[in-house]
Design a protein around this ligand. Structure first.
Ligand SMILES: Cc1ncc(COP(=O)(O)O)c(C=O)c1O
Length: 444
């Protein structure tokens, strides 16, 4: 049996080795995407092993992945989930749990400070939980909110701050955590685009009371689809697990029974005495678990994470060296001297004096087969769903007549975009990108 298993795995390895490899990079013909999965034989091997295990729901690969990711970021607990969006929903929902002390629990109408320039599912869990998003402006170049603007937005209803490290560039996480603790606010870090980033020598994802990751293929590592919620707090961990696993009260691993030894000997509220603990639900839960095949892929990817981070930083540095010469046309990325970002992409904002529009440039790059992306929703308050549904939100920024505007967020919406730095891009591709920018600017 064990030999058959070895044979299957070595057959798969041979298949991977023998299959046609991608041809050489042909400028103008080979696409230069912004992101994508970077796979190896190990990814396939681990996934096949998970299939052959026959367990399929969360199992040994999930357990090992959770331990390894938690120890990489240096937090105590990690729960893998089926997406970064689910991770964000669980992280914020956990703070509404009946288990959270009354004075810290998030309740309908409470305010959560965030930014409008980002990914919608950082913001949506605030609304989905009946809370009120309060948008502050971001800073040009860092694309993060400053501590001052966050503090300016704090009101008597503020209970939490929920922010992403934009495109891998960390916000002032350490100062913000200290201030949040002083003010009795929760800090939730959306670390989906920043796995491997360090701020003041600490990995992002370790600053928040809760933090999240995404393992969609565009991200630093992939599970196909996947995400994670991390925390140092045993109570928050217990709530996240329960919410993830249908809201169940019992914390036995999937497929395990009676780990506590009290399965049939407890009184749970109004349920009959001894009601099977496996079927006691104390949270308003979901099912956001992953399969062990996904976790196996994640584990293989995690082994290469340090290489992926290094390659992202190298590609970013090559691009930054080039774009420094184009300072007149673009606002270049800025980051704190206390940070080592693990970049998601290379962000650029076209200056209003540049003499060309974003549409013209992106169309040109598309013809050159160079991928570009916007900063996701731009100014999310302008997205159709903000008009299609009636929910309460406010922004804190510059007064314009009787409106509050977020000028830098609007600039992001109108003139910002990013290009790829992911490990699938090699130096030939980066050189082709820079040559194409030169060609575009020469044609103006
Ligand atoms: C900052 C941020 N948060 C959350 C998500 C959602 O992750 P997922 O696609 O895994 O749901 C994304 C997606 O790219 C993201 O960029």
């Amino acid at each position: 049996m064990a030999q058959d298993r070895e044979r299957i795995i070595s057959f798969v390895k041979k298949y991977l080795k023998d299959r046609p490899q991608p041809g050489p990079f042909i400028p103008g013909q080979t696409p230069v995407p912004v992101s994508g999965k970077v796979v190896s034989g190990l990814d396939m091997q681990y996934m096949i092993e998970a299939v052959l295990d026959g367990h399929w729901t969360e199992g040994r690969f999930a357990e090992e992945f959770e331990e390894r990711l938690a120890s990489f970021i240096r937090v105590r607990y990690c729960s893998i989930v089926n997406s970064g969006s689910s991770a964000n929903l669980l992280a914020l929902t956990a703070l509404t749990s009946f288990r959270i002390p009354e004075d810290r629990r998030l309740k309908k109408g409470d305010e959560v400070i965030t930014v409008a320039a980002g990914f919608p599912t950082t913001i949506n869990p605030i609304i989905q939980n009946g809370l009120r998003p309060v948008f502050v402006d971001i800073e040009p170049g860092t694309y993060n909110a400053s501590i001052d603007s966050i503090m300016e937005a704090v009101s008597s209803r503020t209970r939490a701050v929920f922010l992403a490290h934009t495109l891998g560039n960390p916000f002032e996480a350490q100062t913000l955590r200290t201030l949040c603790d002083e003010l009795g606010l929760w800090l939730v870090e959306d670390n989906c685009d920043a796995l491997g980033t360090k701020h003041r020598s600490v990995h992002t994802g370790a600053f928040g009371h809760l933090s999240t990751c995404s393992f969609y293929p565009a991200h630093h590592i992939t599970m196909g689809e996947g995400g994670a919620v991390l925390t140092d707090d045993p109570l928050l961990h217990k709530i996240v697990r329960s919410l993830r696993d249908w809201g169940r009260d019992c914390s036995c691993a999937t497929g395990a029974d009676n780990a506590c030894g009290k399965r049939f000997t407890q009184q749970h509220g109004d349920l009959p005495y001894g009601y099977d603990h496996k079927y006691v639900y104390s949270e308003l839960g979901y099912n956001m678990k992953v399969t062990d095949m996904q976790a196996a892929l994640g584990l293989a990817q995690l082994e290469r994470l340090p290489t992926f981070i290094r390659r992202r930083r190298e590609n970013f540095s090559f691009l930054h060296m080039f774009f420094r010469e184009l300072y007149d046309s673009f606002i270049l990325p800025e980051w704190s001297m206390h940070s080592q970002p693990s970049w998601f992409g290379y962000p650029l904002t076209i200056r209003d004096t540049a003499g060309f529009t974003r549409g013209e440039l992106l169309k040109f790059l598309e013809q050159k087969k160079i991928g570009t992306r916007l900063l996701f929703a731009g100014n999310v308050t302008n997205q159709p769903y903000f008009k299609n549904y009636d929910f309460r939100w406010r922004s804190v920024g510059k007064a314009e007549g009787n409106r509050i505007v977020l000028p830098n967020t609007d600039i992001v919406m109108d003139r910002m975009f990013w290009i790829g730095v992911y490990p699938g891009l090699n130096i030939e591709m980066i050189n082709y990108v820079t040559k194409s920018f030169k060609e575009f600017l020469a044609s103006r």
